[in-house]
Design a protein around this ligand. Structure first.
Ligand code: C5P
Length: 319
């Protein structure tokens, strides 16, 4: 499976809920930066990770891809089931998951969610469970708020925790530059910092902390036009002040992008990746060179969006 990273074109965050989450209104946008997930039958479930940021990826049962395989096995009653025919060998109930990471870890790009989505769809194919896409999406939502979007990709509005998706009417293709930070940010830390910043604001100073989040009609109209010049200034992220408070150097990355002609510059999700919109691929190349030269981030990549969601590259299964 090949599964994309996401950025958030809008991320509006409501107050903290009783369950520890925040209601959000977000516009997800999948970009062409992919992790690759391969699964094969095994007696025990295991995971192997290679590539970008592997040292910080857990390899045990807390790995999100392992959780995805376990959740699917449980949902389909697979655990411990014997082979079908009398002479069939006992079916191998585990799965070996291999993840080749290109999406940085703890970067605000939903890389862990991508791996979970990939493992879910891959195991679904391997085990021929016959589950519908909607059933897979339900399991995905139990794994993480961004996992359902990693399944579907494209550009979509997310409500609730982010898991309730509606496809957005978005035209055209967009050229982005992503600037990766030197160290990651944990999503719960960034949401907690957002709550703290809001609590510290004086009443009556225009804080939107208590307001329910709303979809930006201006952004949706700009996306329908397919014009990056319209979309750029409408990018917004309520978590950005929190991410900047935890990593103040990100301000310099955002400033460098604007200085080098970005149409919009924003922290992606909970950060620390910064996403910069360019008018086309040539402008994105120039922007990438400018941001790299400014020396304000670990690495810079150029990507396009929207990208498709989790998709099968090679089934390896004879049909
Ligand atoms: O859903 P996921 O497991 O990715 O969320 C990780 C953490 O991010 C949650 O435990 C919560 O602290 C925070 N979060 C939130 N509101 C959301 C999504 C995530 O507070 N809508």
């Amino acid at each position: 499976m090949r599964v994309p990273a996401k950025i958030n074109l809008q991320l509006s965050v409501g107050p903290l809920r009783a369950d520890g989450y925040h209601d959000v209104v977000t516009v997800y946008h999948a970009v062409a930066l992919f992790d690759e997930i391969t699964v094969s039958p095994a007696d025990r479930t295991s995971v192997e990770v290679t590539g970008e940021g592997v040292a910080s990826v857990p390899l045990g049962p807390t790995n999100l891809a392992v959780k995805a395989a376990t959740a699917l096995a449980k949902a389909t009653g697979r655990r411990g089931r014997a082979g079908s025919g009398a002479s069939a060998p006992r079916s191998r109930t585990g799965v070996k998951i291999e993840i080749r990471k290109r999406i940085p870890v703890a970067a605000g790009l939903a890389g862990g969610s991508a791996d979970a989505a990939g493992a879910l769809v891959a195991c679904n194919e391997l085990w021929r469970t016959g589950l519908q896409a909607s059933e897979l999406a339900e399991i995905a939502a139990t794994l993480g708020s961004d996992v359902p979007f990693a399944l579907s990709g494209g550009t979509a509005v997310g409500l609730g925790r982010g898991e309730q998706l509606t496809t957005a009417l978005a035209a055209g293709s967009y050229s982005w530059v992503l600037a990766f930070g030197a160290t990651g940010l944990a999503t719960p830390d960034v949401y907690a910092a957002c709550d703290r910043l809001r609590a510290a604001r004086k009443p009556g100073d225009g804080s939107s902390a208590a307001k329910p989040p709303e979809l930006s009609n201006e952004l949706m109209a700009a996306l329908r036009s397919g014009d990056p010049v319209q979309v750029g200034p409408l990018l917004s992220n309520d978590l950005q002040p929190a991410a900047l408070s935890l990593q103040p150097l990100l301000r310099r990355a955002l400033a460098a992008g604007k200085e080098h002609g970005a149409l919009g510059a924003i922290v992606s999700g909970s950060g620390p990746t910064c996403a910069f919109l360019a008018s086309d691929a040539d402008a994105a190349s120039e922007l990438a060179v400018g941001i790299t030269g400014a020396g304000v981030c670990r690495a810079v990549v150029q990507v396009t969006g929207p990208a498709p969601g989790a998709c099968l590259v090679d089934s390896g299964i004879a049909t």
